[in-house]
Design a binder for this molecule. Structure first.
Ligand code: PLP
Length: 451
């Protein structure tokens, strides 16, 4: 029989369990309660096969920045598919959607980040960066500069290269990762790791680990430092204000390329167009994906500075994907950027809904289970704790309590994720004040039930 939205949920769940291998999931979890089958979405709301309306406080996977259900993107995709569904950008060819998108990105991106190499995802874009920075230094006559410094608990993707750039130990443990030549320093998570230090001193100390690593590895061996302006999948780690200026100083001093992974932070998430602007850095390369198309099409890329693009352009960069600059994905991304800009979605988040969300979200620190409630733009994190004063962690398996709270949220028709015992949100940037009230009420209720 044809499988449709109208099939009973139990049958869809059984077929899913029988044939679909899910990312980052165990079969036992999937079979315990059965997946929720999402059948439609509008704005910040998902509909499932039972007809429930679920508030998506994660914007899918941090990507549906303009919200679900925008017909303009569907119309652009259909038009582009009829006109030119596919052509490649390898052999001295280009097409209008990718030309227009590249030019638009050059206009939006800060400083002299004017040149984009396209991919279909953040993982592919970071794989590009890995080869690109090593090639760059080779072309500059400094081929020993090969090591890339990253951070423990960073997430830069799931491909072998990008998961190696990432600092998730559980990912390294599978498949013999990381690849050689990646070095990790600690993340600036004051609440969990700051001990008796002030946040300012801790931020400086964690940034200075970069300097120490460069000295230990030898300046002539280090190619780049890669980091998310605000760490996302690691638990929305908002660094102390002292952190990023010190990182920028160190990158400048030792001639280290700075790669800002803007896959989550880009396109308004932090209340500026790019997270680099929010934290005040000048990257040489930015990784983009997710919010670039609001998730309506798979597209990502690396935006390069004038200087990096000139050096790479002087040789043949032996790298590219069949779907680099895919015309349909490019056209949809361009339309998404038009909507973000013309509807002033980033400005509204910065000046109006963002401050409202911040006030409401930070009030959650009053809940007995919440140690820290921090948010920047539309990217927030609650650290769950059994003892606020001591900034204590739950003793048993890290993540058990977070997992349980997440299940409570889901039962209450709210999608929040947990990272260990942190609960995180990243709703569509278009969320209204009324929807923020609903989000917060459901989160409180779920925490109360979790006590
Ligand atoms: N970089 C960051 C910061 C991310 O959060 C992600 C995905 O969550 C990626 C890279 C990987 O992107 P993708 O899943 O599109 O490959």
């Amino acid at each position: 029989a044809t499988i449709t939205n109208h099939m009973p949920t139990a049958e869809l769940q059984a077929l899913d369990a029988a044939h679909h291998v899910h990312p980052f999931s165990t079969q036992a979890d999937l079979e315990k309660s059965g997946v929720r089958v999402i059948t439609g979405a509008k704005g910040v709301w998902l509909t499932d096969s039972e007809g429930s309306e679920i508030l998506d406080a994660m914007a899918g996977l941090w990507c549906v920045n303009i919200g679900y259900g925008r017909d303009e993107l569907a119309d652009v995709a259909a038009r582009q598919m009829r006109e030119l569904p596919y052509y490649n950008t390898f052999f001295m060819t280009s097409h209008v959607p990718v030309i227009a998108l590249s030019a638009k990105l050059a206009e939006l991106a800060p400083g002299d980040l004017n040149h984009t190499f396209f991919a279909s995802s953040g993982s592919e874009a970071n794989d590009t960066n890995l080869r690109l920075v090593r090639t760059y230094w080779g072309e500059k006559g400094k081929p020993s500069k090969q090591v890339i410094i990253s951070r423990w608990n960073a997430y830069h993707g799931s491909s072998v290269g990008s998961a190696s750039l990432g600092g998730m130990k559980g990912m390294h443990a599978q498949g013999g990762l990381p690849i050689p030549g990646i070095h990790y320093i600690n993340q600036p998570d004051w609440w969990s790791e700051g001990g008796d230090m002030s946040p300012e001193d801790f931020g400086l100390a964690r940034a200075q680990e970069l300097e120490q690593a460069i000295i230990d590895l030898g300046e002539d061996n280090v190619a780049a430092f890669i980091a998310e302006p605000i760490q996302g999948a690691g638990g929305v780690i908002i660094p102390p204000e002292t952190y990023w200026p010190e990182i920028q100083r160190i990158c400048d001093k030792y001639e280290i390329l700075l790669i800002a992974d803007e896959v989550i932070c880009g396109f308004g998430r932090t209340g500026s167009w790019f997270g680099s602007q929010t934290v005040g850095i000048r990257p040489d390369i930015m990784t983009i994906a997710k919010g670039l198309s609001s998730g309506y099409q798979p597209i990502g890329g690396s935006i390069l500075s004038d200087e990096v693009a000139a050096v790479i352009g002087a040789t043949e960069f032996n790298h590219g994907y069949t779907y680099s600059g895919h015309p349909v994905a490019s056209a949809v991304a361009l339309e998404n950027l038009r909507i973000l800009e013309e509807e002033k979605i980033v400005d509204t988040l910065r000046d109006d809904t963002g401050p409202y969300l911040k006030a409401k979200f930070e009030e959650m620190a009053e809940h007995p289970m919440v140690g820290e409630a921090k948010i920047i733009g539309a990217m927030g994190s609650l650290a769950l704790t059994p003892d606020k004063g001591a900034r204590a962690k739950f003793a048993a398996d890290a993540g058990t309590v977070g997992y349980m709270v997440r299940e409570r949220c889901f039962a209450n028709n709210l999608v929040m994720r947990h990272v260990g015992d942190r609960m995180i949100i990243s709703p569509p940037l278009t969320i209204t004040k009324g929807e923020i009230d609903t989000l917060i009420a459901r989160a409180w209720q779920s925490l109360d039930e979790g006590m």
